[in-house]
Design a protein around this ligand. Structure first.
Ligand SMILES: [Ca+2]
Length: 463
């Protein structure tokens, strides 16, 4: 432990020296929504084309073992923005569309922390952390917001929106606004506007570019659909193409402003493939909403030309929670803002070939999981457990609970001790979704056919 503290002190010394000559890095988190693990060129897909992200990946590091802290949108974002296991402040379950529950405004967000070092902070796109006054992005560290409060919305503007009081409406800061064209393009353009404006005023900036693509509804542009007319996943492929194009434009704007080398760019998806949008969890079992690899493992890249070697691969465990501390230490934010952070500083580990993977945890109501070294234990309802060796059996279909009972028991204990650091969920999800999720877990754990994918399947299935 003492060694770790010394290492941290040494690292911060290096950072504080270098910041006297270098300007603080800009920081951009680009988040996709419900994208499939391998649905990217840089992850090996031939079917889904992402040339700009592939280039971004080539310019930095690809994390081969990166996880988000939740299998659904809202808690994953609560973890990402605070660097804390979101269950520690009760943000354990997803927000329903009629939200009567929301993000705890007392938690420190990455945007709030970066503002203390003079950063201009912007959120472009989806929020999904609650619609109460105290939940607004501008009350949680952002100087600028262009996007929508809800978890999803149409990709084309409907003039009737102006007469509706809906969290799906687009707003600029607090004022309802409108847009022309395709939303994914517009989010890219708004991001470029934010970058240009802040660069011209010589401010370091933090941008959270939070695409709703490729979340439902499945809307794409006609010309892109035409390009992918023979693709078996035509609409999804088109939505991914447009997101990639928007990201390419953002990178181009950074280059034009001579800011690319001094900008940390993270790209990841907020959770695994959804079953409703044609995303693929390949090669994994599970999907959005459960804690099998297909629900929580994310494609993730980080680019920082000034500090990270191009064409790097990293195999150690990475958590989306790490983005918080990595960014704050890179920008010399006072350590008092990191005392609650669960993540680590990725930069301290990138060149370490002997990295020891830490333990990672998940919980959503009755479903909890721990990953420790090669092993992963999944627990349902305090009673039912399965143990997998992910290294040997990444598809998670060979339960080692009996054969390796000592490992099983030690992981179960580890999970319980982590749970002792949590509070009870501030809310739980819709009852029918809970029933379905539980059935999905039972089926996945038993390696049998899935009886129901959503509440509408409940009447047709035998419980
Ligand atoms: Ca999502």
């Amino acid at each position: 432990m003492q060694k770790l503290i010394l290492a941290l002190v040494y690292f911060s010394f290096l950072v504080s020296c270098s910041t006297e000559t270098d300007s603080k890095p800009n920081i951009i988190i680009i988040l996709a929504d419900d994208a499939g693990y391998s649905d990217f060129g840089f992850m090996g897909s031939d079917e889904i084309k992402t040339p700009n992200l592939d280039q971004l990946a080539l310019d930095g590091v690809i994390f081969n073992n990166a996880y988000v802290s939740a299998s659904v949108c809202s808690p994953s974002r609560a973890g990402l923005l605070t660097g804390m296991y979101q269950q520690r402040f009760g943000h354990e379950c997803n927000l329903d569309s009629d939200v009567n529950n929301s993000f705890d405004p007392n938690q420190i967000t990455i945007a709030e922390a970066l503002k203390t070092e003079g950063y201009k902070t912007g959120l472009i796109g989806k929020w999904h952390l609650g619609d109460k006054t105290q939940n607004h992005p501008l009350k949680n560290g952002f100087d600028y917001f262009w996007g929508f409060i809800s978890g999803a919305r149409n990709y084309f503007y409907d003039p009737n929106e102006q007469f509706r009081n809906s969290i799906r409406n687009v707003v600029q800061n607090y004022t309802q606004t409108k847009f022309d064209g395709y939303l994914t393009d517009v989010l890219g353009d708004k991001a470029i506007g934010f970058i240009n404006k802040n660069h011209q005023s010589n401010n370091p900036f933090f941008l959270f570019l939070s695409f709703n693509a490729p979340h439902t509804p499945m809307h794409a542009k006609d010309d892109v659909l035409e390009k992918f007319k023979d693709n078996p996943r035509q609409v999804y492929a088109s939505m991914m193409w447009s997101m990639d194009e928007a990201i390419g434009n953002v990178v181009e704007a950074l280059k034009e402003n001579d800011q690319y080398d001094n900008t940390i760019i993270y790209f990841l998806s907020d959770n695994g493939a959804a079953m409703s949008n044609d995303a693929s969890p390949f090669p994994f079992k599970g999907w959005k909403g459960n804690q099998y690899e297909g629900g929580i493992k994310t494609p993730m890249i980080m680019t920082w030309k000034n500090k990270i070697k191009s064409n790097t691969q990293f195999d150690g465990f990475i958590s989306a929670l790490d983005i918080f501390k990595t960014s704050l230490e890179a920008s010399s934010v006072n350590k008092e803002y990191m005392v609650n952070a669960d993540g680590k500083n990725i930069m301290n580990y990138l060149n370490d070939n002997n990295i020891k993977n830490e333990n990672l945890f998940w919980r959503k109501d009755k479903m909890a999981t721990v990953r420790s070294g090669d092993y992963k234990l999944i627990r349902l309802n305090d009673t039912s457990t399965v143990l997998y060796n992910i290294k040997k059996n990444y598809f998670e279909d060979f339960d080692l609970k009996i054969n390796e009972s000592q490992v099983h028991d030690s992981l179960l204990k580890l999970l319980s001790s982590w749970e002792n650091t949590l509070i009870d969920p501030n809310w739980i999800e819709n009852k029918n979704w809970n029933i379905v999720t539980e059935m999905i877990y039972e089926d996945l754990m038993a390696n049998r056919d899935i009886r129901a994918l959503s509440p509408k399947d409940l009447n047709n299935s035998v419980k």
